[in-house]
Design a protein around this ligand. Sequence first.
Ligand code: SF4
Length: 225
Amino acid sequence: MSDKNQLSLFEYSQPEQKELIPTSSQIPIPAETYDNLTELKQHCQQCYRCELGNTRQNAVIFRGNPQALIMIVGEAPGQNEDETGLPFVGRAGQLLDKILASVQLDPEQDVYICNVNNCRPPGNRTPTPGEIAACKPYLLEQIRLVNPKIILLTGATAVKGVIGDKRGITKIRGTWMEWEGRLCMPIFHPSYLLRNPSREKGSPKWLMWQDIQAVRAKFDGIRNQ
Ligand code: SF4
């Protein structure tokens, strides 16, 4: 075999790579940039569109079922989430799983859980409007790929970040809203329930119980259509 032929054995064609996502949050990420969640996840690990990329250990994208009818959107990862790369795995996440289980919703099968921001804000502060805007294309792409029929928005930041409604969460929780052809319901963030443990009628926990039952009923209605 000639040297040339031997060398050709070492040639291989580079798999086609998508352009890296622009690091500036001023440059948009168009819809349909990603074919699947794996690509999106890989890009987020290399993303510095906002300052949160500089301090994260892991970009945190989702847990649960990418084909679920219900998407649950939180605010941003905390310490446990940053360390594990999974959303809602600390105390608030454990409570969320219990809330779902109380109406026989399986956190692994029936829901897809993600956040408005994929990287942890230092000291668990609320993400800034600029950080939320920088990360929003990733959330919109997840919504497109997962295609949930129901979106639960946990807490005011998730409500503002997704549908732009700035009203207080206590005013709008439990209300069905239509957004982009999907049913959305603002609900309390589980960490708020941890700080308000009363189960008295009218308490946040009691209200959450009403809301999650309404979600279960809507889920059954959609599933049986
Ligand atoms: S929070 Fe979102 S936009 Fe900001 S660096 Fe992380 S993945 Fe990128």
